[in-house]
Design a protein around this ligand. Structure first.
Ligand SMILES: [Zn+2]
Length: 50
């Protein structure tokens, strides 16, 4: 799991592996607790909207 800042709810959320939808190239696409689909590149501090 990892902690990442969501662009929709603008909060840092703890994301569990069960929330990961897919891996798209070097991005991990996951669903935030707020329901927003987010993409995250491991190593960066924040997500982008997927
Ligand atoms: Zn969110």
């Amino acid at each position: 799991m990892f902690v990442i800042a969501c662009t929709t709810c603008t909060r840092r959320q703890l994301i569990f592996p069960s929330q990961v939808l897919r891996v798209d190239g070097d991005q991990v696409v996951y669903r935030c607790w707020c329901g927003s689909e987010q993409a995250w590149v491991p190593g960066s501090a924040s997500a982008t909207a997927a």
